[in-house]
Design a protein around this ligand. Sequence first.
Ligand code: ARG
Ligand code: ASP
Length: 720
Amino acid sequence: MMRIINSFLLVCLATICIGQSNGGMWLPNLLAELNEEEMQSLGMQISAQDIYDVNTGSLKDAIVHFGGFCTGEVISAQGLVLTNHHCGYGQIQSHSTVEDNYLDDGFWAMDRAEELPNPGLYVKFINKIEDVTAYATNGVTDDMSLEARNEKISENLKIFKEKVSLGEFEELEVKAFYAGNQYYAFYTISYPDVRLVGAPPSSIGKFGADTDNWVWPRHTGDFSLFRIYADKNNNPAAYSEDNVPYTPKHYLPINISGAEEGDFTMVFGFPGRTNEYLPASAVAQTAKVVDPARVAMRDVALKVMDKYMRSDEATKIKYASKFASIANYWKKWIGEMQGLERSKAVAKKSAYEQDFQSRLETNQEWLTKYGTLLAELNETYAQLQPYAEVNAYHSELTGRNTLMLNVAYYMDRLANLYETDGPEAYESFKGRLLNYLQGQYKNYDEEVEAEVFAALINLYFEKVPGKFLDQELMPIIGKTKEQANAFAKALYKSSQLTNFEQLEVILALPAEEAIAAIQTDEMLKFYQKLNNPFKTTVEPYYKKYNDRAIDLQRTYMEAQLEVFSDKRFFPDANSTMRVTYGQVKGYYPKDAVYYGTHTYLDGVMEKYVPGDYEFDVPTKLIHLHNKKDYGDYAAENGKLPVNFIASNHTTGGNSGSPAIDANGNLIGLNFDRAWEGTMSDINYDPAICRNIMVDARYILFIIDKYAGAEHLIKEMTLVK
Ligand code: ARG
Ligand code: ASP
């Protein structure tokens, strides 16, 4: 009997512990209705209203969309903002010179005057979130085409936006949720004066670099500090010496007692994009066709870069950032493929679809509306597949892996713009383009890139079916690596676009002469030859079937909400503010191996490889470790916590998000996910999906004991 009760309890506990068994990224304004009870059953002590309240300061008022690509949070009454080192990386890099290399050495403003402005960077707060589905979908009918529907909705929203009264400096954004079944308006306010306050050296902020990226156990101090400035009335203002630190409506106190296995945590931020409601056929397509194509292309590009980076220090510096960013998703997709396989995502989705279908059978109305939906989805994804595959190869080829095809793409656009929109549009685009490209060319090496290019086109011509390729190019590139290399070398030699100064000279010519020079350039001619068959034989079909899939996914989402009205669905991530919650929790990465919840500074020292570009440790940190000089920041076991994991459902864009404890205090800083669970964007599995956070105590220790920036600690509120 006891046994039965125990196992019953265990099951209960397991489901309670896991909380949302399919994960969840929830809208903060709906927590009271959908999540509060569960959050409190998991240990949360505060209320949904403490998290989201439009009338008084609540947790949401401490959370910012950082530059539109990451999350940050306010941690002092003087507008101090915490985010990741990898989120502030561009800013830290932009202030670095050979003499003052803040990436290598770190940066700490010792007073306000030393804080560094960052043109272009902004933070955005959310004042209010409102359901505007009724306005948006007014007059929309089921029989409308996707285009007609979208047109009607944008018309409706245009009228809505004209009617809404906004506060001073307030802006309005409306976004689609549940695949276009619901619409929410976000009242936002952005601050454009955001200054760099502090960053640890990369040997702390990026410790473990690419080898440890997406991996637990982890030992990275991935944080940096910024400050929001406002005008004298606390309003947004462009950078000015007269600006003063921003006074927030709320800032997060920091709990230096940390959290232990089983403790409640939530992560508040701006997750970018997930696809949690795909049918099995689409999941299989990602795992078997699209991810492998992207990975294969990046494999060859990274191999070439790595070879050159290893043999030459200057090349290593030039390519470090590009390599890291290409490698980041390369690694993520490998993890995603493995995770989808291991979590049996396709079988899980198939079982779900059977359940869906059998529920339809119980209701004639549903059957009429949705009876053939899954079959149509499957057919559409099958039709899409060959085009999705070529599209994946093509976007890796022409996207970010080589600069030249990117430049060719922009030059092509520039020339077309002159034709379609006239000289003014041309000049304005040209200005922005030159500005952007100048930075890109700084990290460009012709020899490295020509070889990357050769490897990519060689693979492209090998993998993409002949009917989608230019027939003249095929025999020139298609066969051997040597052939591709020779072709690339010659092409790079003959093109004028391989050098920024040359490009500037060309673009300084009167528009029509410049366009003529661009259009006769060998690189552009190659780009067009490569692209023309894609434009005519792939793109239109890709778009056709993809649009159809989007349309069907909306209906599928609508159907799931209706047919599983007993279930709770969260909307896929779309770069809007969300709350996810779970518990600090270890996991079994494989049979008999259990990963604990926390790593410690001792583990940093275990990984230490003197002089290594990924695993070097700064001398001062070694000394602090030797003396166990941890200040107030050691855990109860006497060790200094570095990172920890929990079952919060996060994705790209959640970097820099605060991990918050049961009482609304900051305990950590989200920055990554664990390898075995990187498929969580498509199939969240509570057994193995974990987010990785920097322990707040490590952040404080680095600021205080390592950097000696006690003045920053003083402006924070620490609680135990
Ligand atoms: N994987 C994390 C995220 O997607 C961290 C990336 C930054 N770190 C790196 N080694 N590239 O963005
Ligand atoms: N590292 C990611 C980010 O930069 C977070 C994640 O994908 O888990 O947003």
